[in-house]
Design a protein. Sequence first.
Lengths: 223, 232
Amino acid sequence: MIRVAGLRHRIVDIPDLTVDARHIAVIGPNGSGKTTLLAISSGIEEPRAGTVRLLGRPPSAVKVGWVGEFPDRTLLFSRVYDEIASAPRFRHHPCRETDERVGAAAGKVGIQHLLGKKVSALSGGEKALVALAAACADDPEVLVLDEADSHLDAGTAERVYRVVQESTAAHVLWCTQSMDTAAGADYVLFMEDGRVRHHGTPEEVFSALEETCFYPTMWRVLR
Amino acid sequence: MRVDLEDLLFSRGSFTLRGSGTFEEGVHLVSGPVGSGKSTLALLLAELLRPGSGAVRRHGVSSALLLLQFPEHHITCPTVAEEAGSWGLAPDDVLARADLAGRGDDDPFHLSRGELRRLTLACAVMRNPDLLMLDEPFGSLDCVAKREACRMIEERDAGITIIFSHERAVLPRVDAVWEMEAGALTARGSVPGAIPLWRHAPPYLAYALREGARPANIRLSDAREALCRIRG
């Protein structure tokens, strides 16, 4: 359960919102406050006013895995193994357990062959997969993806989608500009000018957006 | 006016790019997965990289311009108006074209991603080079901004325009489709003949083809029109 109450921070203004769904797509125009909402929900930013509670707790008390739009800006370590190992190491897990977690996360994402490589030698798509494996390595309770698919081709984006679906996270908050991806979510938040303009199932939200380009392309041709 | 790729070969580490073919006047889409070599091909076409062997030969092309994947990499001036001026253009004309009237004194880095993309795309289109290359012009944009970018590209009525993109929802009308896959460039030919040959066609186009429709071009609206024709 995600509860937002009296939230005001930068342009985000959400008086009251409760979402009880696993995979939540956050959509809307550039500059509508999606990243800000995700940053608050991850505990990266403290809101100026109001609260967000995930699973009944403040975000800082929840294990959150974060995947940003530009992995170059968020990857900390120069070796792929060290990057994926960072969360278990920061939590002082024993070496053997850390190693098992790194192997499992890399296996899930299908990048075992990259573990010994330098991050700087990877393609953009590979970096995004490393960021996803790093976010998954400590079994996050909430997984947050901020337009992580913007710079991915269809094949890599599908791999990300599958990993997210199979993760044990109780909630997935996924901001995307692909409405065809958002159509597969359990719940959709459409943001505009800092506010949640529409929220509900994909059917409910997209029926309100039918006259706009935010309507999924596949729904357009299947109709 | 045309650009010929003559047995182009470029290698870096384990990556090898190969390509042959001719880019005639009109709008070309070079599609393909991330990491397949689209940006490298753009740099080779822009003569910012030198091929290991083979050549890029321009015929009747007197000016060329490459718009980089990240528009912030183009910014050299502290205000939007000065930035437009640095392209050799009248700032007011650029601001009007980019729908940024009244923003001339703003810091370009205070523009949103969509606004910054509009600014650089407007500058590039208004420079009107014979050869315009656009590397991922739709990246990070919402669908409204992608449509604006398509409109600006479609309004260009002369010269060679080459779009390098993995975009699969909002695309402009194009004249030819090319595909990059693991460093190999393949010409799919002129549209509409190229559409059934396009391996990584967007899902809506692939669906229309499966239904037996024959879209006239690659946009969502083309797929819908073609489906309407066969469905009556």
